[in-house]
Design a protein around this ligand. Structure first.
Ligand SMILES: [Zn+2]
Ligand SMILES: [Zn+2]
Length: 255
């Protein structure tokens, strides 16, 4: 392989590599994602998104911006700021409104190939298929398999409405009864995801995840529990989220 091609190929495989230790389902326009919903109902919370460099909290979360679960009108520094904005100008659009977010456990069923040598995982690259060689130099298997990893899915109403609609389809029914493919176009705020249900199929979760698989699910209620006012203020003031909170976000996952 030429050096040029080699560089292009390896940058491509590197990009498709799954980040280990990531607890949230990766939804991207780089590959399709396949899920099986594991929870019968989502955890619903109001959340404020503070973009990086927002003029009200320019250094929030060490400058990275952050999404903060609203602890309620009277305990929330962001709602407090909104109130002050409205007091200055009751018609202002310069607000950090909360929006409803929906959070639940899914089984990530996205097809991947695993390196036998270093156990790196690779997704399919849209249009070109799976990479054939690992960043470590090993050849990758030609057969893909579902990733089968429990992840947290967190999304707004646009995606959730699509899922709810499937439950009304007589051939589909309850949301946990079939895999769902998520196809995404565009990035960031422009991203549009389309959900496509697959055929209804029984999935033996005991077989896929082992006995007691239910204990491996994330405690979503805990993950989504709001921080107290003092911690939120620290993060808004510029401290990094993990500095303030430790590993609490997903640290309560059963082993
Ligand atoms: Zn709030
Ligand atoms: Zn490898």
């Amino acid at each position: 392989m030429s050096e040029f091609k080699d560089a292009v190929e390896s940058s491509r495989v590197a990009k498709q590599k799954v980040t280990f230790g990531s607890d949230y389902l990766r939804i991207t326009d780089e590959h399709q994602t396949v899920i099986r919903v594991l929870d019968n109902k989502p955890e619903i919370r109001w959340s404020h998104w503070i973009p990086p460099n927002h003029h009200a909290f320019p250094s929030s979360n060490a400058g990275k911006g952050i999404s903060i679960v609203c602890p309620g009108w009277d305990a929330c520094p962001i709602c407090e700021w909104n109130k002050a904005q409205k007091a200055k100008d009751k018609d202002t659009k310069d607000l950090l409104r909360a929006r409803k977010i929906y959070t639940f456990n899914v089984l990530d069923r996205t097809p991947v190939v695993n390196c036998a040598s270093c156990s790196a995982e690779y997704y399919e690259i849209k249009g070109t298929g799976f990479p054939t060689s690992c960043a470590c130099g090993e050849n990758l298997p030609t057969e893909s398999q579902p990733r089968n990893k429990i992840q947290i899915l967190q999304k707004g109403i646009r995606l959730i409405d699509q899922l709810i609609a499937f439950e009304d389809e007589p051939d589909l029914g309850e949301i946990t009864g079939y895999d769902i493919k998520i196809d995404t176009r565009g990035k960031g705020g422009e991203a549009m995801s389309t959900c496509i249900p697959k055929q209804k199929s029984k999935l033996d979760l005991k077989k896929v995840l082992g006995e007691g698989w239910e204990d491996k699910k994330y405690n979503v209620a805990q993950v989504m529990s709001p921080l107290d006012t003092e911690k939120i203020s620290k993060i808004l003031g510029g401290e990094g989220y993990y500095n303030v909170v430790g590993d609490k976000t997903v640290g309560d996952k059963g082993s």
